[in-house]
Ligand binder design. Structure first.
Ligand code: NDP
Length: 499
């Protein structure tokens, strides 16, 4: 595809991918393949290889051998930074191609894919800086005869399992940090969205990453993902996806007690106080549930609004929802694209029906968009919701907002925290005391005041409670992929133990 003249038409035939191990493409050969339909167009767009357990074993062996060779872990942070900077440039050079395939496989709007690709390049640049800032500690307070040094070392081979909702961006929130630390990687993208991970492998090789540092195997979660979590040749698993599969991954990791970093689901509260700028808050709440068609781990899916302004706020939301541009993901003006699969589409519509059965009032939306190929759902507001309803407790992962009201701040905080999840939260108010006082008491890893889903690679991401274990991005993210070693150095000879 010509990056300067991007065509937004569908590909004439599905693009076929092998997989990428040891710095080279491996052809599908006699292995089975899987076709991906564009969820926004219902036509096949890509075909991936279903790797076998043997392919995974070989990829892990390559990653292990490469790690042990110290070709990556043994070089300076400055040299690692150079490769990461070249990778960022490589992403920018192929931005249009990456955005195109990302949109075709996920159904997200092309404008969003373009922004995510640009954002991802910036994360690789941050990773380059991080590679040069790694340091340990020293202890000069152990007495005159002992000196202590604490070093950080790369953990080894990381198994990276990523989901379908932000295939390229989530990859960027992991790879630069693992590489900055000096690790080698075997990645498995979701079978629905493997294209941009495979293209990234090529970009990293072209950027000068030594062969075998980054490897990609493709296939299904129950087959290849499960085998990765159990694999004794992998030192750490980084899993992003549902809480149910995350639990499974954690248990499977016990084979060799590998470290497991998990980023999972959420049911994130948006607390709106009466004194907030309501127009701003409504805009943020609409964005927070429509971004990526609500298929976003940090979607602000549980609106908790002060009762005195609830009617006014509901009106604002309904008005704004009606103005969200739903349409062909390849149209640059589209804001809300397709739902990732038929099964997921049905699951979302099922939750909307369930909300009605539970006593929620449908304030707007609630149905599929008529006369569009693919799967599209109108932004939906379920009002008169109480926090014990399934629609307020379970992750719907679609453009469906539940609205609950409160009268006191303590009540708002109690509702916000009454969830097994603790991934994200937003608070909207013009009173700084109230904002900070509230956010400090909400159990969530990623929080916002008077905004939502904003950030940068400097800031850590991850969840409290059943939303996750560990942190990614920021310097916390690099440390996640390192072991800590203490080195004790005797000074001035030894006081003999044997007399
Ligand atoms: P999953 O948790 O099933 O998938 C996430 C990743 O794990 C994918 O790469 C998947 O592979 C892989 N996987 C699946 N089964 C296993 C297994 N047994 N062992 C190891 N890896 C496995 O998410 P879904 O795609 O099914 O989405 C279901 C729900 O998960 C959503 O409705 C949403 O609630 C939540 N979710 C949360 C995300 C987040 O960012 N926090 C992202 C995506 C989903 P494959 O896709 O090839 O099967």
């Amino acid at each position: 595809m010509d990056a300067k003249n991007p065509t937004l038409s569908l590909p004439p035939k599905p693009r076929e991918f092998g997989f990428h191990v040891g710095g080279r493409w491996i052809a599908t050969g006699k292995r089975e393949t899987m076709e991906r339909l564009s969820p926004g167009h219902d036509v096949p767009v890509t075909r991936i290889t279903l790797c076998t357990r043997k392919d995974l074993d070989e990829a892990v062996a390559v990653a292990r051998k490469t790690f042990d060779s110290r070709v990556w872990s043994g070089i300076s942070g400055a040299e690692r930074a150079t490769v990461l900077l070249r990778a960022a440039a490589g992403i920018r050079a192929r931005a249009e191609e990456l955005a195109y395939w990302e949109t075709l496989e996920t159904g997200k709007p092309i404008s969003q894919s373009r922004a995510e690709v640009e954002g991802a390049a910036g994360i690789y640049e941050y990773g380059a800086g991080a590679a040069r800032c790694l340091h340990g500690d020293s202890f000069n307070n152990l007495g005159d005869k002992l000196f202590g040094i604490v070093t950080r070392e790369p953990i080894g081979v990381v198994g990276l399992i990523t989901p379908w909702n932000f295939p390229f961006f989530i990859l960027a929130e992991r790879i630069p940090f693992m590489l900055a630390a000096g690790c080698t990687i075997v990645a498995k993208p979701s079978e629905m969205t493997s294209a941009t991970t495979l293209i990234m492998a090529e970009i990293l090789t072209e950027a000068g990453l030594p062969d075998g540092v980054f490897n990609v195997v493709t296939g299904t979660g129950p087959e290849i993902g499960q085998a990765m979590t159990e694999h004794v040749g992998i030192d750490q698993i980084s899993f992003t996806g549902s809480t149910a599969v995350g639990r499974h991954a954690l248990l499977a990791s016990a084979t060799n007690f590998k470290k497991a970093g998990l980023e999972m689901g959420g049911k994130s509260p948006q607390v709106v106080f009466a004194d907030a700028n309501l127009d701003d808050a409504a805009d943020g709440v609409v964005f927070g549930i429509c971004h990526n068609a609500g298929q976003c781990c940090v979607s602000g899916s549980r609106l908790i609004v002060e009762k005195s302004v609830a009617d006014e706020f509901e009106k604002l939301l309904v008005e704004k929802f009606a103005r969200v541009r739903i349409g062909d993901p390849l149209d640059p003006s589209t804001q809300l694209g397709a739902i990732v699969s038929t099964a997921h589409n049905e699951k979302i519509l099922g939750y909307i029906r369930k909300g009605g059965e539970e006593g929620a009032r449908l304030a707007c939306g609630g149905e599929s968009v008529a006369s569009k190929a693919g799967r599209f759902i109108h932004p939906t507001l379920l009002a008169d919701v109480t926090n014990d309803m399934a629609v307020a407790r379970e992750e719907i992962f679609g453009p469906v907002l539940t609205m609950i009201t409160f009268t006191t701040r303590d009540e708002a905080i109690a509702i916000a925290n009454d969830s097994v999840y603790g991934l994200a939260a937003s608070v909207w108010t013009s009173n700084l005391d109230k904002a900070l006082g509230t956010i400090r008491r909400i159990q969530a890893g990623r929080t916002w005041i008077n905004t939502t889903i904003a950030g940068g690679p400097e800031m850590p991401i991850g969840g409290f409670k059943q939303s996750g274990i560990g942190r990614d991005t920021g310097m916390y993210g690099v440390e996640e992929y390192m072991e800590v070693k203490s080195i004790h150095i005797a000074l001035g000879g030894r006081d003999h133990w044997v007399s």
